[in-house]
Design a protein around this ligand. Structure first.
Ligand SMILES: O=C(O)CCC(=O)C(=O)O
Length: 139
């Protein structure tokens, strides 16, 4: 979802954003003030329960530029969030993301680290995660 020009390429496919939902667009001023950054797009991920997960990756698509600011807003079930250094996977940290938490990744985070949201046995409730980004229009 995002501004019409905020198209991005991922795994060889070009994604056209959905227009902003007014309830999500209304969050932008507070998010941008909190992060000191602009956002023109948001990626929404739905985890139906603890069986849904996201593997290790970095948000390092070229459209995000160097050292992107990524604001991740969590809604719904509390889940574990993991971060590890690319150069040494033993160097890692973990936090819990609860309903309403805002996690901000910035600086060299996407260049030097990877993140993941592991499966969590026993979690029955749904979680929705919104990651706000600035996407440079794809050519
Ligand atoms: O659901 C989360 O907290 C992580 C989402 C994520 O890693 C992503 O959208 O790149």
């Amino acid at each position: 979802m995002g501004d019409p020009k905020a198209r991005y390429r991922y795994s060889g496919a070009l994604f056209e954003p959905e227009p902003w939902h007014p309830a999500i667009e209304a969050l932008l001023p507070r998010l941008e003030a909190a992060c000191g950054a602009r956002f023109n797009s948001v990626l929404l991920n739905r985890y139906r329960d603890g069986g849904d997960s996201m593997g290790w990756h970095s948000d390092d698509e070229p459209e995000l530029g160097t050292d992107p600011v990524i604001a991740s807003l969590s809604l719904g079930a509390e889940r574990r969030f993991l971060l590890r250094m690319r150069a040494d996977h033993a160097v890692k940290m973990e936090c819990r993301l609860a309903d309403g938490d805002l996690l901000v990744m910035r600086g060299d985070c996407q260049r030097v680290a990877q993140h993941a949201l592991p499966k969590m046995a026993g979690v029955k409730a749904e979680r929705i995660n919104l990651t706000f980004r600035w996407v440079m229009p794809a050519r």
